[in-house]
Write a protein that binds this ligand. Structure first.
Ligand code: 2AM
Ligand code: CA
Length: 258
């Protein structure tokens, strides 16, 4: 246990160091992946490689499921699920709202999740069974019902066919909630649910690296995270995501669940 604690501290330090390297002021040029909204920069790739190298040194038998470069091996004892920059579009615009997202899974269970926004130095973290933390302080989801809540959402930019449905729900939920927010980082949206800033977050399709770390952080903060049908998603696969405090999540699923 003590040894795991030490290893997680080393992982934390690697994430902080990777974050420092994202505080760039020179020109960020982006390459298109599948289309003009699906961007990657040399920073996404460098951050991913830096973290893979660091975590491989820290944990024996580590394998990786990552957003960039088709890295997808979940066969190891320790599986790291990494989005090197969640919110790349924001990053290319110096928007200050992007995060490194890292989950560690063992034997099919999430063991640790960390989401770090280096621009604001917000470090969200959770360890299974031990609560969720924001910069070292224990966090909890809010107690607000939907009517009193901000609802964060994403538009599944890589799935154009989900755009109308995403906005239909967002438009409709404005009549049931305090207001809506679209931040550009699903990992941070999940952390905002975990610390009570938002009552609900939804996005109709996300990849494992967008939500695995945030999933554990929401759950450990006392929240609920399901797919749009109300089922627990597989954190190594693509899924629609609805996260919230229990009451607001339930109201949301009742209104928009399939
Ligand atoms: P990414 O930057 O790692 O790809 C939110 O909708 C999710 O979609 C984010 O987690 C973000 O992850 C992704 N995304 C991709 N393109 C986007 C865009 N143009 N604007 C906002 N989010 C985008
Ligand atoms: Ca990314």
């Amino acid at each position: 246990m003590e040894q795991l604690q030490q290893k997680l501290e080393q992982c934390r330090q690697a994430i902080l160091e990777a974050g420092k390297r994202l505080l760039v002021t020179d020109e960020i040029s982006a390459e298109e992946k599948t289309d003009y909204t699906n961007l990657v920069t040399k920073y996404d790739k460098a951050t991913q490689q830096f973290l893979i190298d660091a975590f491989s040194q820290i944990m024996e038998d580590a394998t990786f499921l990552c957003e960039e470069e088709d890295v997808a091996d979940t066969s190891g004892k320790n599986v790291f699920i990494i989005d090197p920059i969640d919110g790349t579009a924001n990053f290319t615009k110096y928007y200050g709202h992007s995060a490194i997202s890292v989950a560690l899974a063992r034997e099919g269970r999430l063991l640790w999740g960390a989401v770090y926004n280096p621009f604001t130095e917000d470090f969200f973290e959770a360890r299974a069974g031990e609560g969720a933390y924001h910069n070292g302080k224990c966090i909890h989801v809010s107690k607000d019902g939907l009517k009193q809540s901000l609802v964060a959402f994403g538009t599944s930019p890589y799935y154009r066919e989900l755009r109308d449905e995403s906005f239909r729900i967002a438009l409709d939920v404005m009549d049931h909630a305090l207001d809506i927010r679209r931040s550009g980082s699903a990992a941070l949206d999940l952390c905002y649910v975990a610390c009570g800033r938002c009552g609900v977050f939804f996005e109709l399709q996300l990849s494992a690296w967008d939500f695995a770390a945030g999933m554990l952080i929401v759950q450990e903060a006392g929240g609920v995270l399901t797919d749009i049908h109300g089922n627990t998603p597989d954190f190594t696969a693509k899924s629609g995501i609805v996260a919230g405090n229990k009451a607001a999540h339930q109201e949301f699923i009742k209104l928009y669940g399939k």
